[in-house]
Design a protein around this ligand. Structure first.
Ligand code: SF4
Ligand code: SF4
Length: 452
């Protein structure tokens, strides 16, 4: 806590895993920056419309009453993460976590503007002159532009993006929209531009609790100490007589590490599994004519028992993994069942509490209800309302209602019955709302009818 913060100047490592990270950054950001511009049924394909309180996800409209689906998404995400962590350790951290992805984007800009590690160190340690100001200003302007665009994109998922874009062009953005664009933009700038590895080391809760999902067969980045030690500078080509290990102590694995650790000291919680040290060490080994894999993806078991790749793969299926997979599959099946049986109609019945019951001209007793009918499909529906549960019970008003696409409508429904049809007090009744053109779309709601 009391050590002076040392800025990390990570060198970019090129290689197989860096290529995978590029692919992941492109894929995740193509989805994030792109999906909100897609159209579906003449509206934004993915829109979490907070003002209308409706979530549009392609062909489905979710209402606040569908909160269960949010719970399901959270459970599925959590178990998918547990499963991936148990099998492959911090794969998510290294390739798909937003903190990694945005840090990567910001670092690419930094590399492009300021140069690689040595150039950056030289620039930071050099005097403040016009060149330094120009380079720093360019970097921060580019970072700022990316951060604001990220904030704009996020807000575009909650407020129709085309209107937002028009308002931005005409300087007509609302106060809240402006606040959230700059708040999230500033947050991105701070996390990916300034704090970087500090977020992973000190703020991320996942880094702390993931160790409970690890076991000796979890894939981690490891240094093969048996092969690498004793380390030291050596000449090109293998020299089996010297008794030296393969590690030439070049320090490159430390220089490329975004969290500034030395993987040769063993597994550390700061390691985000980015595999930059694997890429760079493979390059070093290649130049020395030695086999790759001094630093590699492996498992504790494999290192201790000298297991090969096939045996490592054979250890993937184990009780912990099966447990996470079973829960995940179960939750997926349940959610698929819920989705396929989802009826695009919701009805709330509210009894008029200002008047319990009253006698009308023909001697019958009347109760009044408000039916809130929600059409969650994106087409207009005409619904027929009926009521049963007491002999001779009938609606005294409108028996059908037309509700526009993806809208809700309230209708006041007086219900009448003769006094001798039930007991004094509350009597259970049932409202039925059925779509005229599709009788499968029907909902029954219970209510009670008060007799004097
Ligand atoms: S990159 Fe490889 S050879 Fe160089 S110090 Fe690290 S482990 Fe040793
Ligand atoms: S030690 Fe971990 S965080 Fe550092 S470069 Fe290697 S994999 Fe990445």
């Amino acid at each position: 806590m009391f050590t002076k913060y040392q800025k990390i100047y990570a060198k970019r490592a090129r290689g197989l895993f860096d290529n995978w990270r590029v692919v992941m950054v492109i894929l995740t950001q193509a989805v994030f920056y792109g999906v909100l511009w897609l159209e579906w049924n003449g509206r934004q394909a993915v829109l979490l419309h907070l003002v209308e309180r409706k979530f549009y996800i392609f062909g489905i409209v979710f209402w606040p009453q569908d909160i269960i689906y949010l719970a399901i998404i959270l459970i599925v995400s959590a178990y998918a993460l547990f499963l991936v962590t148990a099998i492959a350790g911090r794969l998510f951290c290294g390739y798909a976590c937003p903190q990694t992805v945005y840090t990567q984007l910001f670092m690419w800009i930094e590399n492009w503007v300021e140069g690689d590690r040595n150039a950056r160190i030289k620039l930071d340690n050099g005097p403040l002159n016009a060149r330094k100001i120009r380079i720093k200003l360019t970097k921060h302007l580019l970072w700022g532009a990316l951060a604001v665009w990220t904030g704009f994109t996020l807000v575009g998922y909650f407020s129709p993006v085309k209107d937002l874009w028009q308002n931005l062009l005409t300087w007509n953005l609302g106060g809240w929209e402006t606040f959230w664009i700059f708040f999230y933009g500033g947050f991105t700038y701070l996390m990916a531009g300034s704090m970087r590895e500090l977020v992973c080391r000190h703020m991320c809760p996942y880094a702390r609790f993931q160790s409970v999902m690890f076991d000796p067969d979890t894939l981690i980045i490891t240094y093969d100490a048996e092969r690498g030690e004793p380390r030291g500078v050596r000449q090109q080509g293998r020299n089996s007589e010297s008794g030296q290990g393969d590690c030439v102590d070049c320090g490159l694995c430390v220089r490329v590490c975004p969290t500034g650790i030395d993987i040769r000291n063993g597994l550390q919680y700061e390691c985000i599994g980015c595999a930059s040290c694997v890429d760079v060490c493979d390059e070093v080994m290649g130049k020395l004519g030695l086999p790759k894999g001094l630093v590699r993806y492996s498992t504790e078991n494999a290192m201790a028992r000298h297991l090969g790749q096939k045996e490592i793969l054979g250890h993937i299926v184990r009780p912990r993994v099966l447990g996470y997979a079973a829960v995940l599959v179960l939750v997926l099946i349940i959610s698929a069942w819920f989705l396929s049986n989802r009826i695009p109609l919701k009805v709330d019945v509210i009894r008029d509490r200002s008047m319990l019951s009253r006698e009308v001209d023909d001697g019958r007793i009347e109760n009044i209800y408000t039916l809130n009918v929600m059409n969650t499909e994106e087409k207009v529906h005409r619904y027929r309302i009926t009521v049963d549960g007491l002999a001779g019970i009938e609606l005294a008003g409108k028996a059908d209602i037309e509700v526009p696409a993806a809208s809700a409508m309230s209708v006041i429904v007086p219900v009448r019955v003769s006094p001798e049809s039930g007991k004094s007090g509350a009597n259970p009744i049932r409202f039925q709302v059925v779509a005229e053109r599709n009788p499968d779309i029907r909902v029954q709601e219970k209510a009670s009818f008060l007799l004097p």
